[in-house]
Design a protein around this ligand. Sequence first.
Ligand SMILES: Nc1ncnc2c1ncn2[C@@H]1O[C@H](COP(=O)(O)OP(=O)(O)OP(=O)(O)O)[C@@H](O)[C@H]1O
Length: 332
Amino acid sequence: MSDKILHTANLSVGYKDRTVLSSLNLNLNKGQLTCLLGPNGSGKSTLIRTLAGIQKPLLGMVTLQGKSLREVSPKTLAKQLSLVLTDRVTPGNLTVYGLVSLGRFPYTTWMGSLTGEDKDVIQWALEITGTMQFANRHIGELSDGEKQKVMIARALAQQTDLIILDEPTAHLDSPNRIEIFHLLRELVSSGHRAILISTHDIDTAIANADKLWLVANQSISQGAPEDLVLDGRLEKAFTKEGLSFNYSLGRFEKAINNNGLKVLIKGSSLSAYWTESALRRAGFQPVEHLPQVTIEVFDDGSTRKWILNNQLEITTIEELLTKLNTYENEME
Ligand SMILES: Nc1ncnc2c1ncn2[C@@H]1O[C@H](COP(=O)(O)OP(=O)(O)OP(=O)(O)O)[C@@H](O)[C@H]1O
C-alpha cells in the first residue's frame, strides 16, 4: 500500500483567463501534517478548492487514493476527503451535536437516521476535539475558537483519511492556535491520516508541520520546514512582504534598516535567547564580531544576571535595555 493519499501531476489551478499556480507535482502522505504557506492572494484557497474537487483544474490532474478525482463519485469523495472552510457561514440554529452529526451524511441512509456506530463516531469526534462540554449549545453561541474546533469535529465525524483545512487558525488567539495545531498533530500521529492546512501563521507552521508547501513564483516548493529554512527558500518566499528570517531565533521579523548599537551576546542559555529577542525588538544589532558593547549572560536555572562590558551587573532585561539606550545616546 502506498503512503500517498493525494498526488498532483503537472497541475495548474486558476480561473478562465488567469492561471494562478502551475507545474504542481505535490504529494500528501499518510501520517503527515502539511502546511500550505504563501502571501495573500498567492493562490492557497484556489489550490485547496481544486484539490477538494470544488473547482476544476486548468491543466493536469489530482489523484486521490490512486484514482483520478474526476472519476470519484461525490459519495465516495465524501468518505475520503473532508474539508473545513473557515469563513463558510454555519447556521446558528444548529446545535453543536447537530452540526457534528452532519459529518456522518456519507454513511447514513436516505432517511438520515443515525445508527449506534454513527453515534459512537460522533461521541469520539466531540471528545477528541474537547467540544463535548458544549454539545447541546447552538453554534451561534460559540466563540470563534470553539466554533473552529466544532468544524474540525464535524470533519472528523466524516472519518476520512484526508482532511483539508483552509486557514483553521485565522481569528484565533495564540493559545487556541497552538491547541488546534496540537490537535492536528495528534490526529496525524495515528498514521493513517494526512492533513493539509493553509495558514498565515508561519512560525507555528515551521514548528509543527512535517512538510511545508511554499507558494513561490506561481508554483510550490515542498520539503521539510528545516530544509526550506536552511536552503533559504522560506525566506525568499516572503521577502516581498518585507520580512527577513532570523535564523538563530527561528522566526520571521519585519526587515528593518538597522543601524543600532552592535552587541555581542555571550552565553547559550534560554536567557541568552530571550536577550537576543529583546535586543532585536529594541533595534540593537546582535553581532558575532566587532561589537561596540559586550553582554555576558549568566543563568544557572535560579538566578539570572547580565554583565555589561565586563563591569556592570544587571538583573533584568528591562534594565539592560535602558542601559544600552543610555550608552547609545552617549556615543552619538
Ligand atoms: N472567482 C475568481 N475569479 C477570478 N480570480 C479569482 C477568483 N477568486 C480568486 N481570484 C484571484 O486568484 C488569486 C488567488 O486567490 P486565492 O484566494 O486563492 O489566494 P489566497 O492565497 O488564498 O489568498 P489569502 O491568503 O488572501 O486568503 C488572487 O489574485 C485572486 O484575486
